[in-house]
Design a protein around this ligand. Structure first.
Ligand code: ASP
Length: 278
């Protein structure tokens, strides 16, 4: 049976009304994508569609509504990994477009599969993605007030009925970061998949990279550990180091996890039902 898990970022959102809005958006988008998976769509197609819809929600720090870097420019990153082909595609620091995840799908079949800056923008033109500013008034005001924050990356992992897994992720980064800083999201530390499992990370990117966390989790499942056990190990590392990190993951049996050391909005669908963050 298929499985789908979505998240809208770790980092400890504490405002109850904002948590409720995050839960509502995850429900709307999850409810739109779950039937695709049960009807036989591929895991790759479903995680891309879920992430595209998440990018279009301005309260999330991805796509439309991405945070701005130190110079007031939004530079977006995203990644997609297909567990079946074990191929990764990534976009780093894209300007002037609001759906970087749509550029990752065709990258899976390209020779050069991680593109940055001008090269990513050239790829967007080649693919025919319409230009669209990701900057919202709310983000501009936050940037002017020098509010940074660390939260709001979005992502999805899925298992399809053919037994394939995939992971997708999209982020505006940390906000107010040094120009040129690369988030964990378009790296294999932030988003990774194999034939056995797929994982996506969120939280402080530098900590996720230090821990090589998505690869660490998936590699443990590849080596024969259960997803639950692998997730316990990664969570143990996060807690021991007092990191602010969350993650979602699925495996080829339909097991899934959503864990975080801070509040994280997530929603999951499997053969038994629907589950969501408290
Ligand atoms: N991991 C992202 C970054 O550090 C932020 C997040 O997940 O919210 O850029």
């Amino acid at each position: 049976m298929p499985t789908l898990v979505l998240h809208a970022g770790a980092g400890g959102e504490t405002r109850p009304e904002r948590q409720a809005a995050i839960r509502d958006e995850l429900q709307r988008i999850g409810d739109a994508c779950w039937p695709m998976l049960t009807a036989g769509a591929s895991a790759v197609d479903v995680v891309v569609e879920a992430t595209r819809l998440l990018e279009d929600v301005p309260i999330f720090n991805a796509g439309l509504g991405s945070k701005l870097q130190a110079d007031g420019v939004a530079r977006l990153s995203a990644a997609l990994m297909c567990g079946d082909t074990e191929r990764f595609g990534g976009i780093v620091g894209l300007e002037g477009y609001a759906n970087p995840i749509l550029l990752c799908r065709p990258l899976l079949d390209a020779d050069d599969r991680v593109l940055m800056g001008d090269g990513a923008a050239a790829w967007a033109r080649e693919v025919g993605l319409p230009e669209r500013s990701p900057v919202t008034e709310e983000r501009l005001q936050q940037w002017r007030a020098r509010e940074a924050g660390r939260t709001g990356t979005v992502g999805a992992v899925a298992l399809d009925i053919a037994g394939r897994v995939a992971a997708a992720i999209s982020t505006g980064g940390r906000g107010h970061e040094r120009v040129g800083r690369v988030s964990d999201s378009p790296t294999v530390a932030g988003n990774f998949a194999s034939r056995a499992a797929a994982a996506g990370m969120t939280g402080i990117g530098e900590q996720i990279v230090d821990g090589g966390l998505a690869v660490r989790l998936v590699a443990a499942v590849d080596a024969g550990m259960s997803l639950e056990e692998a997730a316990d190990r990664v969570m143990g590392r996060i807690l021991e180091r007092e990191w602010e990190v969350g993650f979602i993951a699925v495996d080829h049996t339909g097991a899934w996890v959503a864990r975080a050391s801070t509040w994280m909005g997530w929603r999951a669908y499997d053969a038994r039902g629907v589950y969501c963050t408290g």
